[in-house]
Design a protein around this ligand. Sequence first.
Ligand code: 6R9
Length: 698
Amino acid sequence: LAPSVPKLAQPAGTPLVHSSLPCYRKSRSCSHLASASSTAPGSTTMKPQPLLTNFIQSKEEYDALYARSIADPASFWGDVAEQFHWEKKWDPDHHSFNFDVTKGPINVEWFKGGFTNICYNALDRHVMTGHGNQHCMLFEGNEPGSDGAMTYTQVLDEVCRLANWMKAQGIGKGDCVAIYMPMVMQLPIAMLACARIGAVHSVVFGGFSADALAGRMEDCKARVLLTCNGGMRATKKIELKQIADQAIEMCASRGHTVDSVLVFANHKDGVAGAEAAGTPFTQGRDAWWQPTLAEFPALCDVAWVPAEHPLFLLYTSGSTGKPKGVLHTTGGYMVYAATTTKHAFQLQPGDVFWCTADCGWITGHSYLAYGPLLNRAVSVVFEGVPTHPTPARSWEIIDKYQVKQFYTAPTALRSLMRSGDEWLSSTSRQSLQVLGTVGEPINPEAWHWFHDLVGNGRCPVVDTWWQTETGGHMILPLPRAWPAKPGSATLPFFGVEPVILDDKGVELQGECEGLLMMRRPWPSTLRSVYGDHKRYEENYFGPYPGYYFTGDGARRDKDGYYWITGRVDDVINVSGHRIGTAEVESAIAAHHDCAEAAVAGYEHPVKGQGIYAFVVLKEGVVPNDQLKKEMWTNVRTTIGAFAAPDVIHWAPGLPKTRSGKIMRRVLRKIAGGQENELGDTSTLADPSIVRQLIETRN
Ligand code: 6R9
């Protein structure tokens, strides 16, 4: 096994049918490599020198490369893409786009003419070069002590078996496959198996309801569902198969049939145990994953697909309408996800990398599954929650697996911070080298706690701003290349050209604040909204023709650093002043006694909108008026008197989705006294918090 994971025992599992390298060489590699170089149009015998193979050491180096990435994006990304296997090279003029709705349909193309396969690049490539026995994934179950691991060879075997099973169900290039699983290693395996045969995966987060799953399966016309009997999160059992069955029934009642369901038995005692445990099972439609796949061969040809072949759909909520199926394609996504992973985290092959996101969200797609594997890292897959059985769990996992890069959400950090520093003391976290955050602005207090305590002041904190739609990091500090400022995502990644507009669409220069837009595409730009290209054009390119509209506000400071101020739909306008909820929250959360704060606007007869702050105090702190005054003063002194909250509500907790995002819609309704119009709160991690908030309102 790779020296980077010396603590682990030889991975357990079924005996390998194809464990020897020559087998892969013969069947999978040599012919592909030969054809790759010989079929490249206009190729010379010398391969161009690949770009971005080394980490960025300084701001000067970044500046020079960034300038090149903007001056000639096609050649820049072409040179980066040399690091991957392409069955056929892209055309010299491989990149084209239109971002202006007034000039015709929006379109984005990268690596046109090229053929590749992301599964091949994430697995076969490493096995072929002799790394098949290196760990690919480490699994940590809900309970300490329940763990596992798989090597690259083992993952490739299982991917091939699953790919063959899907082919036997009639799945081929361009067909959508739905995946509804907890955080087990079979979830990334399912994604890779789809990619291997050119099928399009649509992962639905395991915390979604039957209704949500049904809607997504219908929208993408999935005939095959990959799922699991169930899972545990802390002390809660999640009955995934029951929910999946309900969803399939809902689909059927509306005329959409799901033909085949493969059920992974997520039980220590195996399939018999799962069946005995009473998992609902429909003969003829359902099959158990483990015994079924054992019957299928562990070799499966790769489907070479054009660079613009659809890779996956991921549904994401906008401010209006039903969730949009964000479409990503193969080549650009592969190059961008891999490159950002490598540079954001200074990731080297064999590094143990832990991204705590669920694969049901984009972060899990790009930075748990594809990015780390494309870089031959060892990706940690954690089924549980950071507070179970104690708030020391994350730190124990980091020590246990000697995690080098730890990537998580500010909300998780704030919750752990709230539990108290003592939970850190039994662990060393000495293996850590880079820390990362994603999903929301990180308030300086949480940033410092992460940096000073979790990372012992040794590790850079990489605050990564990006979106489901962007596929990969957009604005982030490259570690050790330039100074961080807590709360700022700092500078754009290569090829990313942010623009700040005022609300009339005028580009602002230098120090400014406004709407965050993108002037040009990066390789993993979303290509469409599945089945509704018009909605894609209207939503992202309609508001300000010529630009991609992020939906976020941002400020640029005198050093050119970007500060995300939050969704523009969360901007509060108080007496004509636009105030980012994130700014107010950060100012309140800077108070020592505050664990977490969320701010919403509400209708105010004089000011237009007033500011309503929900404040969760640290455990043991008794609420009082003096505290209110101090937090109020904090806001006045950090932002200005106009931003001081009108109401401070001592909240027992905040309504959060299971992915940890605060459901601001609910807060706005509570703040506005419209508790009869709360809408759907079923996706909250703890729906009872809504009632508690209403009861504790001033
Ligand atoms: C990756 C992800 C996207 C929205 C985005 C923004 C917010 C994400 C952030 C951040 C401030 C960061 N967001 N990262 N805000 N700082 N580092 O989270 O994708 O779920 O689509 O959310 O999240 O508002 O527009 P997604």
